[in-house]
Design a binder for this molecule. Structure first.
Ligand SMILES: NC(=O)c1ccc[n+]([C@@H]2O[C@H](COP(=O)([O-])OP(=O)(O)OC[C@H]3O[C@@H](n4cnc5c(N)ncnc54)[C@H](O)[C@@H]3O)[C@@H](O)[C@H]2O)c1
Length: 725
């Protein structure tokens, strides 16, 4: 099992808490005696240090105070010298009933406010809850009760930590829905989100990630959501104080005012420009200190509850040099999660590896699953690896996996079954992991190959990928751009070709296996004779392609054209556009490529060399094929099977100018096989190197040129005289 750490569980039963209409509302404010912009801890303060006018700030604060006193009870906490932001009492803490969760400020510039607010809460008889040190939570600035349901909206991303949310859920006995803030101008939830009486919500959607927006949309019906524009958002329209049907705020646009009025509210504008310079407005300047919980069934009872989950993973390797640690932490936050690095041991020697132990939290089970899937893919393992076990579910229908089946990657994968870690055979991406009935073997199986009775791994528990530590010098992906505007020089391609030529020699000389997958561009660009040379000289052990490479190669060898173009003269031949069809027709008459070669119809070229040198080839059919040639396998499943058979045991795959076949082959190839992808389109090369395999090399260049350079290099290596020269 994944290791669940002992944070409080937030999956509590929802409670309804409503505004008490019988007791007057209490708000806490703090006079701006010491207010100023003294430092920069948010983008609003930038450029505004000591730029606010004390007199104007006092005047604006008094006005707000006056407005609120007309609506509610306002209590005051004594301002403390040296803590200019104490005026923003929303960040004192979060109150529910007689409980107050004290803020733990992220920035030291505000941490000194904590004891003053604590003393105030205690003096008023609140039971004060304090979060662990180093777990930031900035009170009602980042936690807002929904005004019709029974839950707390809690923000994270800038000031408050996601890991604080389970504490709120436990201490306040309330369901917490976590919302991730992504725009640093809206660094607290109350700067872009304001629940209003009757279940309305004033908010600025771009301040949230997509998961959070979905959550908001699930909980708040469309007719109650008042999404505001950026122009109002930056005037802090959401930083409003809502008292019953009144909304007190800084100045807003007439359009927004109309929308709020149409929803049945009275907008009371009061200028707060001096406080905007510090990143706050009406709501920030107040803390509602009466929030009344009442035990009741939530109207939203049927809605699935959220709930922060936490798990601990370990990463080992050259974490810094390879960038893996950054990748891991980025993917956690990009997916809406949060992390805490519990331990980071940096390897002492150049070659020694580092170890990181990271506590991951996610606002929901679904997001945790997504994060875990991606972390496992980059080699993270669960801390508690000895006791974990893979969850297995039976296949109930041939060719259909259970929901949530673990989708395999190119990396060697192990599943923990009956306490034993077993390595998957037939490793490839996009397959399910089937466990044999005796629990002794694990195999990557394509969906269509699953049969009733197979047991398949579901979820991420008890699964790990085994990544060999990326060496410091090979950690960076090699990608060479040749034709790309000004990106690199001809010399760089020559260097990579030299390296590939060297490796081809090594593979051939030790009896290894090179698989070539290619498209017809090889022929159009004049590369066919070079590829034929590689086959003839024993460098290629298997050839994969489609109908077109074979057709155009044989067109060239039998008619001297490729797609009707005379490659020697570079001009179209009259009627040449029919040449490829004539070739197909002839080969069909012979019955197969082998027979066409034996009959002397095909005398040179790639296919000729394959036949003559007994090199197996597979031509996979596609929807755009003419003919097809008799050898083209039009049964796609069979073609995939034959391809993967050829790929087995490969040391290197040379992918030449075929997006279709390169990507198809890439999907079937496990990590550890070096892939060299040559294509003129950087997107194709990037797609393949995005597999994350360090063995992949992308070469962005003309394939004809590449092959000619490669053959030149190999000839050099073959000729000791040339080498010596
Ligand atoms: N007449 C036919 O039967 C016929 C004709 C064409 C394609 N097809 C079939 O269609 C399928 C897809 O064909 P495909 O693989 O050629 O197309 P593809 O679009 O999948 O790949 C072609 C690739 O070649 C790259 N490319 C173009 N010019 C290049 C150059 N000068 N140097 C390097 N790379 C270059 C492109 O960027 C692209 O990635 C194949 O199965 C093929 O057999 C059949």
């Amino acid at each position: 099992m994944m290791s669940n750490t002992n944070v409080p569980n937030s999956a509590t039963s929802p409670k309804l808490f409503i505004l008490s209409m019988t007791s007057p509302l209490n708000y806490l404010m703090c006079a701006p005696d010491h207010y100023d912009v003294d430092y920069v801890i948010n983008p609003w303060m930038e450029g505004n240090v000591h730029k606010s006018s004390r007199d104007r700030a006092v005047e604006q604060w008094q006005k707000l105070y006056g407005v609120l006193k007309g609506l509610v009870n306002v209590e005051l906490v004594t301002p403390a010298k040296g803590w200019p932001d104490m005026v923003f009492t929303a960040n004192a803490g979060l109150v529910l009933g007689d409980k107050a969760v004290l803020s733990r400020f992220l920035h030291k510039e505000r941490q000194g406010e904590e004891p003053y607010f604590k003393a105030w809460f205690e003096s008023k008889g609140f039971t004060v809850y304090e979060l662990p040190k180093d777990l930031p939570f900035e009170g009602a600035g980042d936690a807002l009760f929904d005004r019709s349901g029974g839950w707390l909206w809690a923000g994270y991303g800038f000031r408050s930590e996601l890991d604080a949310h389970p504490y709120l859920a436990k201490w306040l006995d309330v369901e917490v829905l976590s919302l991730r803030l992504i725009d640093n101008r809206f660094y607290h939830l109350d700067t872009c989100f304001c629940p209003l009486t009757g279940g309305y919500l004033l908010y600025y959607p771009p301040a949230f990630d997509s998961y959070s927006n979905r959550l908001i949309e699930m909980r708040v019906p469309a007719d109650k959501r008042i999404a505001i524009e950026e122009a109002d958002a930056v005037n802090f329209a959401c930083n409003a104080v809502n008292v019953d049907r009144n909304v007190v705020m800084n100045k807003i646009s007439d359009r927004l005012k109309q929308r709020i009025t149409d929803a049945g509210f009275t907008v009371i504008e009061t200028p707060l420009t001096e406080f905007l310079k510090a990143g706050g407005a009406a709501k920030c300047l107040t803390l509602r200190t009466i929030e009344v919980p009442i035990a009741a069934e939530s109207e939203q009872g049927a809605i699935e509850q959220g709930g922060v989950e936490a798990r601990i993973v370990e990463l080992t390797g050259h974490l810094l040099d390879s960038g893996i640690i950054n990748r891991a932490l980025d993917l956690v936050t990009d997916n809406g999660g949060s992390f805490q690095v519990l331990e980071f041991n940096l390897g002492e020697q150049r070659q020694s590896t580092s170890l990181a132990r990271i506590r991951i939290s996610a606002p929901s089970h679904d997001l945790m699953e997504t994060i875990m899937g991606e972390l496992i893919e980059i080699g993270a393992v669960l801390q508690d690896r000895e006791t974990c076990a893979a969850n297995l579910e039976p296949v109930l229908q041939d060719g259909v996996a259970p929901d949530d089946f673990y989708v395999s990657t190119i990396y060697p994968t192990e599943a923990c079954v009956d306490g034993e870690w077993i390595r998957c055979t037939n490793q490839r991406m996009d397959a399910a992991i089937a466990i044999s009935p005796d629990g002794k073997t694990a195999t990557c199986k394509l969906l269509r190959d699953l049969i009733v009775g197979d047991r398949v791994v579901v979820g991420y528990d008890g699964v790990r990928t085994v990544r060999k530590p990326e060496a410091r010098d090979t950690a960076k992906k090699e990608e060479f751009s040749f034709m790309g505007a000004g990106v690199s020089s001809e010399r760089r391609v020559e260097l990579v070709v030299e390296q590939i030529a060297w490796e081809l020699r090594q593979i051939r000389d030790r009896g290894g296996k090179l698989v070539v997958s290619c498209g017809p561009v090889v022929v159009h660009t004049g590369g066919a004779p070079h590829l034929a040379y590689l086959i003839r000289e024993g460098y290629v052990q298997s050839m994969l392609g489609g109908n077109a490479i074979a057709v155009h190669d044989m067109e060239q060898s039998s008619m001297g054209t490729s797609l009707g173009v005379d490659l020697k003269r570079g001009v179209s031949v009259k009627g040449g556009h029919r040449h490829h069809l004539k070739v197909i027709n002839s080969v069909r008459r012979y019955g197969s490529i082998h027979k066409a070669v034996e009959a002397g119809f095909v005398k040179t070229g790639v296919m000729y060399e394959c036949v003559k040198n007994d090199i197996p080839f597979v031509l996979a059919g596609s929807i755009r094929d003419d003919g097809p040639l008799p050898d083209t396998v039009m049964d796609l499943l069979e073609a995939q099977r034959l391809y993967s058979e050829q790929i087995r045991g490969a040391d290197m795959i040379l992918m030449l100018s075929s997006m279709l076949h390169s990507i198809g082959v890439g999907n079937m190839t496990p990590a550890g096989v070096k892939m060299v992808c040559v294509d003129i389109n950087p997107a194709v090369v990037t797609k393949l190197s995005d597999r994350g395999s360090v063995e992949s090399v992308g070469v962005v260049t003309d394939v004809g040129l590449f092959l000619s350079l490669l053959v030149q290099q190999l000839k050099k290596l073959d000729s000791p005289v040339a080498v010596a020269a």
